[in-house]
Design a protein around this ligand. Structure first.
Ligand code: FEO
Length: 395
């Protein structure tokens, strides 16, 4: 069996690698898969912390049985109710009918509605502790990280934080499970894509959680996805701090929607002019080709965003509409913005981007080129002015 391992005295990881699911939450692409992590503390009392997605349930329950070696589970700690972690709760309840389910006041209504579980519930509040013997589990509420019921569990004698989604990642755990055992360079973009798309809407709750947990001694962070952090704890916390403050590097993400290549030509021109004005980190995406999660990941990295769209049926091109809806929904803050477009007749692409710019309230560069059919010298000149304006704001 390779899906459980002892990670500290009396503490075990039990996990599932999911390489079959194409879309996490049926939306986010998973080219490198995803891992679900659960943990077990086997002490005078036994506590299981979170579970795994239901498709991995059979192997998961078999691993729990193997770890417990005939013992019963006393507690199931439910840090987070999203089904990728709560999906095997029912199977555990059937296996260990006397096990108490530990959650907070917001956990149990979800437990009842998702799984029709009403009994053996133990409610904990901020700062409560469950004594397992040598191990002491302490509970801290971290609402909206990433659902309102989310809490974290801190084992205070060893300094282990069971952090639910926080500090998680897309990507399976190939071979190792600790941050110093896996290829972090390979996972780097999946760690940030996970943060920016799953947790990124909740920058302010993330800041509050970091402030709350900042005083704890942390020797290990056990998230429900991705590697267990023990060697790079300061680094991942610093990244979460930076991302949740919407701090970015000097650079520009250009995204276009283009049917016949004319808006694309303007995007390339703006990129070239940015380079001439000293901007080196430039990423160009075609919104019809690249899933918004990769674009949003880049927007969390770089300060400037330039969006361009052709018109389509009197409005904006659908793939750009999807992207700007996503950006608005996530409430991403603190960027420089440029917009441009093209039209053959009624227009609508640039008009919708202008509405977007008013809503998102980023620092807008006023030059807004819109080509008629295909860009001419005057349009390229405006593109150059737009790029200059972006570069000035970046510098
Ligand atoms: Fe991994 Fe919010 O669930």
């Amino acid at each position: 069996m390779h899906n459980y391992r002892q990670i500290a005295e009396k503490v075990y990881w039990v996990g599932a690698n999911d390489r079959k699911t194409h879309l996490f939450e049926n939306y986010w692409p998973l080219p490198k898969g995803v891992a679900y992590n659960s943990y077990v503390v086997v002490d005078e009392k036994v506590a299981i912390i979170d579970t795994v997605e239901k498709n991995s349930m059979d192997d998961y329950v078999a691993s729990i049985e193997a770890i417990l070696d005939g013992r019963e589970a006393d507690y199931l700690i439910v840090n987070h109710m999203e089904p990728d972690h709560s999906g095997s709760i029912k199977a555990l309840v059937e296996k260990y009918p006397n096990m108490k389910i530990v959650g907070n006041i917001k956990t149990f209504p979800m437990l009842k509605r998702f799984y029709q579980i009403h009994d053996n519930l133990l409610e904990v509040k901020e700062g409560d502790q469950i004594n397992l013997g040598d191990n002491k589990l302490n509970f801290y509420m971290v609402p909206m990280l990433h659902w309102p019921e989310t809490m974290v569990t801190y084992e205070s004698t060893k300094g282990i934080l069971f952090s639910a989604d926080a500090f998680g990642s897309f990507g399976t755990l190939d071979g190792g499970i600790f941050d110093d055992e896996v290829d972090l360079e390979y996972l780097e973009d999946e760690i940030s894509r996970y943060y920016s798309n799953i947790v990124g809407k909740y920058g302010s709750p993330t800041q509050k959680a970091l402030a709350k947990l900042g005083g704890l001694e942390l020797n290990m962070i056990c998230a429900t996805h991705g590697p267990i952090w023990r060697t790079n704890i300061a680094d991942i916390i610093a990244k979460y701090d930076k991302w949740s403050k919407y701090e970015t590097d000097k650079g520009c993400v250009i995204v276009y929607s283009s049917m016949y290549g004319n808006t694309e030509k303007m995007a390339d021109n703006i990129a070239h002019e940015l380079m001439k004005n000293g901007v080196k980190k430039i990423r160009i995406h075609d919104a019809s080709k690249t899933h918004p999660s990769y674009i949003i990941n880049d927007i969390f990295k770089f300060k400037a965003v330039v969006l361009g769209s052709c018109a389509y049926n009197g409005g904006i091109f659908p793939t750009m509409e999807t992207l700007i809806n996503e950006i608005e929904h996530m409430g991403i803050k603190n960027h420089v913005l440029g917009i441009f477009g093209s039209k053959s007749w009624g227009g609508g692409g640039l008009r919708r981007l202008q509405e977007f710019s008013k809503k998102i309230k980023w620092d807008l560069v006023e030059t807004e080129p819109e080509a008629l059919c295909s860009p001419d010298e005057k349009d390229y000149c405006l593109c150059a002015n737009l790029a200059k304006g972006i570069a000035e704001k970046l510098n």
